[in-house]
Design a binder for this molecule. Structure first.
Ligand code: NAD
Ligand code: UFG
Length: 339
């Protein structure tokens, strides 16, 4: 039995489907702080499989312990966390409290129940990005916002945990920019309020919920002046998690892997590819740079290829097609009308 924390969210729901479709038994824990119960129903509908769902916060120790008591958990995929960079700047204590204390609590409970296999969602935001180089797992680290710092602290905490008890098996996955949706269009990204991220903003412009996309700066030192990112299809990303689970069947240890494609595309590349995939022109206006954005960020995907035997397969066109299918089939996401 695999415990999926944050399994009602964007990445967790796709991972849950992938696990169920590959024959795993799962149980989902999610506070629904940034998601809705509808996604749980969709996972069940899509897979035809049943599982237990607990609307529980990781900080509710007794309830989490009960879950461990009731299910024979072998490993945990830990997605639960708050993820908005801007919000983390305004409410740092919420981020430290939720992300760090939540993970700390989870690890303590796992130890208590002798569950020592963990896949943790980290982020490319932990890298100190300098210039135009593929980021390797050994590249220098340094986050520049509270959200990123919670990921760095958790990574270090997990290393300390392994040093203190070498029976742990831990995989830290540093995601680059996950976009797209399950090819069925039944589950996808459903941001609350105004999207912070590029792809959900584009799809909301395409469906008519927003009038125009703001492109944050076109004076970067890149071929078209807009920032470059390593976009990765959510389906490829979650396949990487199953490889990580398989990796955990090996000897104890702690290992970190990038999950990216190794290719960078600019903001305008993504806008153009989306129009090609959807047939819809995306009106945009160039505005000032967004504070904290780095010009170029893309992965070296070598380590995951060599050690996890995983690599991303879907291209930018498929990412755009699938993101659009989800938005077109679900104009208001999971059904709650939001502005
Ligand atoms: P999401 O917000 O869609 O999903 C996270 C889920 O965790 C939500 O359903 C939320 O309700 C739940 N949650 C939050 N705090 C909780 C708590 N204390 N107890 C129980 N449930 C809680 O976000 P996502 O995009 O699916 O991200 C999943 C993980 O991947 C996060 O840890 C995030 O930081 C990390 N990550 C995401 C991205 C990205 O671009 N989406 C990039 C890098 C890393
Ligand atoms: N952008 C726009 N307009 C928008 C939104 C974004 O021009 O409305 C631009 C940004 O300036 C950036 C690019 O699109 O150049 C990508 O921005 P996103 O917000 O989609 O992604 P980021 O690379 O800034 O950050 C994302 C997550 C972080 C995570 C990071 C690395 O938001 O949490 O990827 O994984 F840490």
């Amino acid at each position: 039995m695999i415990l999926v924390t944050g399994g009602a969210g964007y990445i967790g729901s796709h991972a849950a489907v992938e696990l169920l479709e590959n024959g795993y038994e799962i149980v989902i824990l999610d506070s629904l702080a940034n998601s809705s119960y509808e996604s749980i129903l969709r996972i069940k509908e899509l897979t035809g499989r049943n599982f237990e769902f607990y609307e529980v916060d990781l900080l509710e120790t007794e309830k989490v312990e009960n879950l461990f008591r009731m299910h024979n958990i072998k490993a945990v995929m830990h997605f639960a966390g708050l993820k908005s960079v801007g919000e983390s700047v305004s409410f740092p204590l919420d981020y430290y409290g939720n992300n760090i204390a939540g993970t700390l609590n989870l690890c303590k409970i796992m130890s208590r129940f002798n569950v020592r296999e963990l896949v943790f969602s980290s982020s490319a935001t932990v890298y100190r990005t300098i210039g135009n180089q593929a980021l390797e797992e050994s590249s220098s680290l340094g986050a520049n916002n509270p959200y990123g710092r919670t990921k760095l602290v958790i990574e270090e905490m997990l290393h300390d945990l392994y040093r203190s008890d070498p029976f742990w098996k831990i995989v830290i996955l540093r995601y680059f920019n996950p976009i797209g949706a399950h090819e069925s269009g039944k589950i996808g990204e459903d941001p609350a309020g105004i999207p912070n991220n590029l792809m959900p903003y584009i799809t909301q412009v395409a469906i008519g919920r927003r009038p125009v996309l703001q492109v944050f700066g076109e004076d970067y030192d890149t071929p078209d002046g807009t920032c470059i990112r390593d976009y990765i299809h959510i389906s490829d990303l979650v396949k990487g998690h199953l490889k990580a689970l398989e990796y955990l069947t090996g000897p104890p240890g702690i290992e970190t892997f990038n999950l990216g494609t190794g290719k960078g595309y600019s903001v305008l590349d993504l806008v153009k590819e989306f129009s090609r995939a959807s047939g819809i022109e995306i009106p945009y206006q160039v505005t000032d740079r967004r504070e904290g954005d780095v010009p170029i960020c893309y992965a070296s995907a070598e380590k995951a290829r060599n050690r996890l035997l995983w690599e991303a397969e879907k291209d930018l066109f498929e990412m755009c097609q699938d993101a659009w299918r989800w938005q077109a089939m679900n104009p208001y996401g999971y059904g709650v009308i939001k502005t």
